[in-house]
Ligand binder design. Structure first.
Ligand SMILES: [Zn+2]
Length: 279
């Protein structure tokens, strides 16, 4: 199965200075999120594709119509925290309160329970089991924050397919991001900036050879203008590379990959057949 996900945040929600952890600045900056999300929705409509949109609480609060539009089109809304803080920059109480705000603002808009989460920048690391415990306490039991082949709290090498984590008698269903091995020496994720840099034929081949892939993109990956808003030349380059062809490449992939959302994948998986790790 090929799973398609988007992390819904604006161009200034990256971890780069001076915007990271500066929400008071965010309101003063030009937003590109409405047109960027419309562009993505148009591609998904044209290719009859459903996806999961992990959405920042801050975006939902300031642009509720976007969240409503995504949901009304039949896509899944997931959680991406309220203020896009990396998990390790918060303590357990701060993480829980941020996630609770994220849940409340989104559930208020779409009128449905949200149960899936992705940590900003896949920042859920080795020793942060407490974050998974907070999620389960808040009713969030599907996660897509971990990365295959990496370690987590004593688990040696995480599988490159969905698996379960048992925590205090509750189960977390994990859809990991995967690393892909190209030509035996090059590792990258078929997503976001890596996707923009990679020729579409290589991406297509990598997708064809896998039973499970998890692709993630940001709205800014398809915007050819927002890189100009960054102040440093390096960031301008980082956020410009590949944006011109990204929308075209995504459209072609949607036609070829039979992408599904995480909730569609959840329906297809027999979780009893997946690896279970006790934490
Ligand atoms: Zn993010």
């Amino acid at each position: 199965m090929n799973i398609l996900t988007f992390d819904i945040e604006d161009w200034f929600h990256t971890f780069d200075k001076p915007y990271y952890n500066s929400p008071s600045l965010w309101n003063t900056l030009p937003s590109a999120i409405e047109s960027d999300v419309s562009r993505i929705c148009d591609i998904l409509d044209e290719t009859n594709t459903k996806a999961t949109f992990f959405t920042l609480g801050w975006i939902a609060k300031h642009h509720p119509a976007i969240v409503k539009k995504i949901s009304e089109k039949g896509h899944q809304i997931g959680l991406h925290s309220y203020l896009h803080q990396q998990v390790g920059h918060l303590n357990e109480k701060e993480f829980s309160s941020d996630l609770k705000k994220n849940i409340e603002v989104i559930e208020e808009i779409i009128g449905q329970k949200v149960k899936s989460f992705r940590a900003p920048g896949f920042s859920l690391k080795e020793t942060e089991q407490w974050a998974l415990e907070s999620m389960l306490e808040l009713g969030v039991n599907i996660d897509s924050s971990l990365i295959s082949n990496e370690t987590f709290n004593g688990i040696g090498s995480l599988p490159a397919s969905p698996f379960r984590l048992s925590i205090n008698g509750k189960e977390m269903y994990e859809f990991p991001q995967i690393k892909v091995d190209i030509f035996s020496f090059m590792f990258f994720y078929l997503s976001s900036g890596y996707f923009r840099l990679t020729p579409k034929n290589i991406i297509k081949r990598a997708l064809e050879n896998k039973d499970y892939t998890m692709n993630y993109f940001h709205p800014r990956d398809f915007n050819t203008q927002t890189h100009k808003l960054f102040s440093s030349p390096l960031l301008k380059l980082k956020y410009r590379i590949g944006t011109k062809s990204a929308a075209r490449k995504l459209k072609q992939l949607c036609k070829q990959a039979d992408y599904i959302s995480i909730d569609q994948a959840n329906e297809l998986i027999n979780w009893n057949d997946t690896p279970l790790f006790e934490l």
